[in-house]
Design a protein. Structure first.
Length: 202
């Protein structure tokens, strides 16, 4: 009888294990808004900052500000993103900023400039490329946070004529996104461990 009772008892997961499972579940089911899902109306700066922050909230850590107005102005000066029109920002600006703010977690701004420059050199189609990068980022995150998700096959970018761009550029961008996924994995688990230690549950 005692043996039967022991078998019936199910060990409750620890707070850390439950939070870790929730983190992994969230990271393997991410959705970054596609170009057509971004607001069609032009945005003021504060709206732009909020939107980009929300899109990238899954990779931020406590106390971090993903994007500020001064950062936007700096990126415009560096020609990383187009200049606003009458202080208004379109979804093209959002697409560029999501890309820049993501990759600057693992690369210097100068390196991000070079990556964007490679895309401009091959005349990538912005909408297609942004959507493909979103899909590849979701795939890289899912593969990093799950042993059951296969590694992403690669980014498939097209130029404005609808032709595939150099495989070297696509492979380089896929490697960049995989590096980003690794960085987010480490940061999020460190953050989780620190939070659990503060709560006295780890």
């Amino acid at each position: 009888m005692a043996s039967d009772n022991a078998e019936q008892q199910v060990e409750e997961p620890s707070g850390y294990d439950a939070d870790r499972a929730a983190l992994f579940s969230r990271m393997t089911s991410l959705h970054v808004s596609r170009y057509s899902e971004l607001p069609r109306l032009e945005l003021y700066l504060d709206q732009l900052l909020t939107l980009v922050q929300d899109e990238l909230s899954f990779m931020s850590v406590p106390g971090e500000t993903v994007l500020t107005g001064s950062m936007v102005n700096n990126y415009v000066k560096l020609k990383l993103v187009p200049a606003p029109v009458k202080k208004r920002y379109s979804r093209t600006h959002v697409a560029y900023l999501v890309f820049v703010c993501s990759l600057k977690r693992v690369f210097s701004i100068a390196q991000v400039q070079q990556l964007i420059g490679l895309g401009r050199e091959v005349d990538v189609d912005l909408e297609q490329s942004y959507d493909e990068m979103c899909c590849a980022l979701e795939g890289a995150m899912a593969a990093r946070f799950s042993t059951e998700t296969p590694a992403p096959k690669g980014v498939h970018l097209l130029d404005k004529a609808g032709e595939p761009v150099s495989s070297e550029v696509s492979d380089l961008l896929q490697a960049a996104l995989s590096a980003l996924a690794d960085k987010v994995y480490v940061e999020q688990l460190i953050t989780l461990g620190a939070r659990q230690a503060e709560d006295g549950r780890l």
